[in-house]
Design a protein around this ligand. Sequence first.
Ligand SMILES: [Zn+2]
Length: 127
Amino acid sequence: MAPDRPMSPCPCGRADYSACCGRYHGGLFAPDAESLMRSRYSAFVLGLPDYLLATWHASTRPSTIDLDSGVRWLGLDIKKAAGDGNQATVEFVARSRHGGGPAHRQHELSRFVHEDGRWFYLDGDVR
Ligand SMILES: [Zn+2]
């Protein structure tokens, strides 16, 4: 279940949560790879491991995800989204901070596949 947080900004930075990633956390399928990428980032921020597993392609999905509660997510920048109706890539930078440490910048090119009417995260290359 998605947390009920009406009229709060979406963690991905694009819109109000309920009009953005909240819809996908609530069960709607993300219509494109960028929206799925954003909703997965928001799921990390909000602590929704079930959503991360459900949107992970079966061929690469881990059996469990341990979300590190010591991480604070600082923001997401989508650099580039490309692809067609069957596969796509999304290049992004996600910024986080662990405890009182310095901000960490994760630059990744993620791959997504469209299967059975919905998008799945496949894997990613750290840049
Ligand atoms: Zn969002």
